[in-house]
Design a binder for this molecule. Structure first.
Ligand SMILES: [Zn+2]
Length: 299
């Protein structure tokens, strides 16, 4: 479990550096699948966790990691189902969740996402926190169906509710509820076990992150399986702990900003010091997370 968290986090760190998206080492990536019951599966490789509904009506997929991994991901799907991949739902615009879009779009898979995912992917973006320019996506990679509040799929005997979470990790997040199977994919509104990246520049807010966590906590039972954007499969109890951490971070950082503290002040004497040991071992180390949130709240 531990190894898996660290592995996923390290992968993210490599891919967020200026070195480029098609980073080294993709050849070594293995896709592992977990059966969550009732035709729902979780795939982990590198980048955002993938969710699947597989059954007689075809395959519905949530997120698609990086372009070089498409053949491995499709091979992993083929181990589960021989039916065609019909839909890919992007939880948000980031390239570690949409990298496979172009390959799948060209293969005729319908890509679906919130309106703002298409908008953000259509133009060049800059991620200040990582000093990275993200080029506009080619046409085949863009969602061909978009929605503002939500959309429901009816496939494989499953009701698949896609719900927009406003201003959480980005301006275009969706969570995906596989109702009968009792599984919820939260995209990057949930980093299980470590400080999350929040894309303040593209509409993300801590309040929105807390809000969507509250919403999922209200929807979930003690048996609900929760797929985070990054980190291992989770549940309501863990989500609650994560939610409380986010609320604490938001409150302390807002207080510090309101008190006129500078980033240098906070770096000397971090208001998050007691949280760092638990949450700071992932992809965002404590100084980077502090800076991200400080800059985000000030902006
Ligand atoms: Zn993301």
């Amino acid at each position: 479990m531990r190894k898996r968290i660290v592995g996923a986090a390290a992968g993210l760190a490599i891919l967020f550096t200026a070195a480029g998206v098609q980073a080294q080492g993709m050849e070594d990536v293995k896709i592992t699948a977990s059966d969550l019951g009732k035709g729902i599966h979780m795939l982990m490789g590198r980048g955002g966790n993938i969710g699947l509904s597989a059954g007689p009506d075809g395959v519905f997929m949530v997120d698609d990691e990086f372009a070089p991994l498409t053949p491995k991901i499709v091979a992993a799907v083929r181990q589960i189902s021989k039916q065609p991949i019909r839909f890919v739902l992007n939880t948000h615009w980031h390239f570690d969740h949409t990298g496979g879009n172009e390959n799948l779009g060209k293969a005729g898979v319908a890509i679906v996402a919130h309106d703002n995912v298409r908008k953000l992917m259509s133009a060049e973006q800059f991620l200040k926190a990582f000093g990275r320019k993200i080029p506009a996506a080619p046409k085949a990679a863009l969602p061909i169906v978009t929605f503002s509040d939500g959309v429901t799929f009816h496939l494989n005997g499953e009701t698949i509710k896609v719900l927009h979470a406003p201003n959480a990790h980005t301006s275009g997040d969706s969570i995906v509820h596989f109702v009968e199977a009792d599984v919820i994919h939260m995209g990057d509104t949930f980093f299980n076990g470590f400080y999350p990246f929040i894309d303040f520049q593209h509409g993300g807010t801590i309040e929105g992150m807390v809000e969507v966590a509250d919403r999922v906590i209200a929807m979930a039972t003690s048996g609900t399986k929760i797929i985070p954007g990054h980190g291992p499969l989770s549940n309501k109890a863990e989500l609650k702990v994560y939610r409380d951490m986010l609320e604490t971070v938001g409150k302390r950082m807002a207080d510090a900003v309101a008190a006129g503290k500078s980033l240098a002040d906070l770096q000397q004497n971090s208001p998050l010091a007691d949280l760092d040991a638990t949450w700071g071992k992932g992809f965002l180390k404590p100084p980077k997370f502090l800076e991200l949130v400080y800059t985000g709240i000030k902006q």
